[in-house]
Design a protein around this ligand. Structure first.
Ligand code: PHE
Ligand code: NA
Length: 453
């Protein structure tokens, strides 16, 4: 976040500003759109358990690691890796890690913007009363009809991309911080309200059980990888985004505490989303594995029948689109920072170039839901492929490398000093997690998926 450093004065506000910005990056479509539909597609409880374990044992230690790396150098991710490898006297190739992060961010943004565009379009649908008293079949038709038109999806995708670029061009400013400050409470409030509605439906306990009662027979190697990938995706890890944010963090702030707060808030929103969506799924005889359209086929049912549903529906899709906006900024920032700092581009030129690449790539996702829906590689559409490539491969590989770097390359004296955890025991625990647990977990899951294990 380019200007967070400039806008902060006292200690308290700097910590709060960082938490706001980083929570804004973490909480987004990953929690509300992606978590429910991949949980549905991977059988529920057991998948959720693996996901939670990954957040706690890999996600939090890695978030601390990334924040620490960024704060130590106060540079963009590629420079950070260069400086720190030099400091450690290690191989130069580590800076390729920064490059992979830049690429992953742009690739994720490409489809993120398309889905955020759906949310924006749904503001309008909610506003015009499309969901009023509509039954689930009608609501499904509305969605299917909506995604069948490539031009319409391109329009909303373009609109969202432009909004992202307009904010990023100016550097992240006060306005954004203010937005996140109001956004998170409204999001929490709206979701609690929806949870209240979900609890009155007849499928609430089925939904609850689906989410929290593990059935390990439903767990495949690939779903374990997807759960792990989701832990990275939802916490914005493994691609340098957190490093950029960490580079603006003042040195007297506890990295451990802030990481835990951010991860907890993120997990809370994801679980809330699940507790809202699945009761609706079971109440109305829908399928948990309905894919990327799941929230658009379920939530409108609630808005169409609850008191005040028109108002809450409009508000919800606005809030979701803004939550996506505060994440998309974090997705493109590593690319922009790199183009500016290493290639000497102006901020405008850097944004335009990175944005154009992401926009063009996003057309592949747009077409995956209509004219290219039958075009498949490895049984996956373009959208599925790019999602798999980024969330399930690039982010975990990035996280693996960061863990190895912090655990084995960087001098422990440096990380201990930077993390400043107070008691030596905490540092030992963190070291154990980044040295052994995180890299080994990623490695073993990969081996399992390719069939070696
Ligand atoms: N964490 C965001 C979400 O859950 C997505 C994201 C990933 C944002 C990586 C920034 C970097 O929606
Ligand atoms: Na998230």
């Amino acid at each position: 976040m380019a200007n967070v450093k400039k806008t902060i004065h006292g200690e308290w506000s700097s910590r709060f500003a960082f938490i706001l910005a980083a929570t804004g990056s973490a909480v987004g479509l990953g929690n509300i759109w992606k978590f429910p539909y991949i949980t549905g597609a991977n059988g529920g409880g057991a998948f959720v358990l693996v996901y939670l374990l990954c957040v706690a044992l890999i996600g939090i230690p890695l978030m601390m690691a990334e924040t620490m790396l960024g704060r130590r150098t106060r540079q963009d991710p590629i420079n950070t890796m260069e400086i720190l490898t030099e400091e450690a006297g290690a191989d130069k190739n580590w800076h390729y890690l920064g490059w992979m992060g830049v690429a992953a961010g742009v690739m994720i943004l490409s489809y993120y913007s398309v889905i955020a565009g759906w949310s924006t379009a749904y503001v309008l649908k909610a506003f015009t009363g499309s969901f009023f008293d509509a039954d689930p079949a009608v609501i499904k038709d509305i969605f299917d009809d909506f995604v069948s038109n490539p031009l319409r999806l391109t329009f909303w995708h373009s609109l969202f991309m432009i909004a992202t670029l307009l904010i990023v061009v100016r550097g992240v400013n006060n306005g954004l911080e203010q937005a996140v400050r109001y956004l998170m409470p409204s999001l929490f409030g709206l979701m609690i309200l929806l949870l209240g509605y979900a609890m009155t439906t007849s499928g609430y306990f089925d939904g609850f059980n689906f989410l929290f009662k593990p059935d390990f027979s439903k767990l495949t190697g690939d779903s374990v990888l997807t759960a792990m990938g989701q832990a990275f995706f939802t916490l914005s890890l493994g691609m340098g985004s957190v490093m950029v944010y960490g580079s603006y963090l003042s040195s007297d702030i506890s990295i451990a505490k802030t990481s835990i707060i951010i991860a907890a808030a993120d997990t809370f929103v994801a679980l809330l989303a699940g507790l809202i969506i699945f009761p609706l799924v079971f109440t109305h005889g829908l399928h948990p594995d309905s894919g990327p359209g799941l929230i658009f086929k379920t939530l409108p049912i609630a808005f169409g029948s609850m008191t005040g549903g028109w108002f809450f529906g409009v508000l919800f899709f606005i809030v979701l689109a803004i939550a996506a906006l505060t994440s998309s900024i974090a997705l493109i920032e590593p690319a922009v920072a790199w183009l500016v700092e290493s290639k000497g581009y102006s901020r405008e030129k850097a944004c335009t170039q990175a944005g154009l690449v992401a926009w063009a790539l996003g057309l592949g996702t747009v077409f995956s839901f209509n004219i290219w829906s039958d075009v498949k590689l490895f049984e996956r559409t373009f959208f599925d492929l790019i999602d798999y490539l980024t969330a399930n491969l690039m982010l975990p590989v990035g996280g693996f490398c960061i863990a190895v770097f912090c655990g084995w390359i960087m001098h422990p004296r440096h990380s201990e000093q930077e993390l400043n955890l107070g008691r030596p025991l905490w540092f030992k625990l963190w070291m154990l997690l980044v040295r052994y647990v995180a890299p080994l977990a990623v490695f073993l899951v990969f081996l399992h998926v390719v069939g070696v294990l």
